[in-house]
Design a protein around this ligand. Sequence first.
Ligand code: NAD
Length: 342
Amino acid sequence: MTRFVDVHNMVRWVARTGTQTIISEMMDYLEDDFRRWESFDKTPRVASHTPFGVIELMPTSDHETYGFKYVNGHPSNPARGFQTVTAFGVLADVHNGYPTFLTEMTLLTALRTAATSGMVGRRLARPDSSVMAMIGTGSQSEFQALAFKAALGITTLRVWDTDQAAMAKLLRNAAPLGFDVHIASSAADAVQGADVITTCTADKANATVLSADMICPGVHINAIGGDCPGKTELDAAILELGEVFVEYTPQTRIEGEIQQMPADFAVTEFCQVLAGGAAGRSTPEQVTIFDSVGFAIEDFSALRYVRDAVQGSDFFEEIDLVANPEDPKDLFGLVGALSPVG
Ligand code: NAD
């Protein structure tokens, strides 16, 4: 049997455990997996692009457990009543190939993306950071805010979105979580005095939600919205203002902000910072840029964390996902007696 966490149970588990607690605990799972980066199979995700958006498969394995996520990205979806990003994911036992764990990952992707941003932010942002600007206040935004609260203690948000209703929603959701929210009049206004800038907009275009003249020394930029060929958020000049950190370079060169740069543009893989092979932030004045696209190992960590966390609870059910005849060579025996003759 395969353990299955559906949306109902995911929501119950998050409500019982607490979103910020989950993000904090997931950061530790992520760090464990980023520290053993070399032990994973790694490949850029497999993407199917259409004019509507993209559907992607994101596989990895540590040779004990295999995992993959199915995820879509459709920036025009909210205008049609659908979400931009939805997902589900699987873990399987490498020894026999059987799937052991299946879960919804729409919520879980928001949690893991936030936890990844937090894990990176706590190493790269100035430790005295207290104000975060957030450009884009859609589905990911509250999760991102909670990650930076967990990672750096940030409780002041300066937010900008082209959609007033999305900013009102952020204010409604974030104020009860203890955030002091300032609704800005533009992206340039939002970044005034910010120590951290998160960009999480969705537009299937080479957009410029931040330009180089808006960036002050010492800021950490957490750029999560540019994650597809032809879909970027930052003025390319920003990438030359500081050091760019990435998850998995071959995938980020295709999908990240650095797709705007020459193929040999220098970047640092974040796993190197954890391993001690690369410096993180070197001075308080340095600009650090996390060019996040989302990598399969992050989903693997999130899946592993939820699988462990729901163990022994009633937040999952067992489902009959794999046809499993008593005689492994007699698959037909499951249906033969039931099939009409002829
Ligand atoms: P969403 O559609 O719910 O929210 C995006 C928001 O951006 C909307 O409110 C929209 O009005 C706003 N926006 C669009 N263009 C803007 C602009 N020029 N200036 C200001 N606001 C603008 O999407 P979401 O689920 O919150 O995802 C946000 C982005 O993050 C998407 O592009 C998604 O693909 C990406 N994402 C990345 C990762 C990762 O791991 N890096 C993970 C999940 C999602």
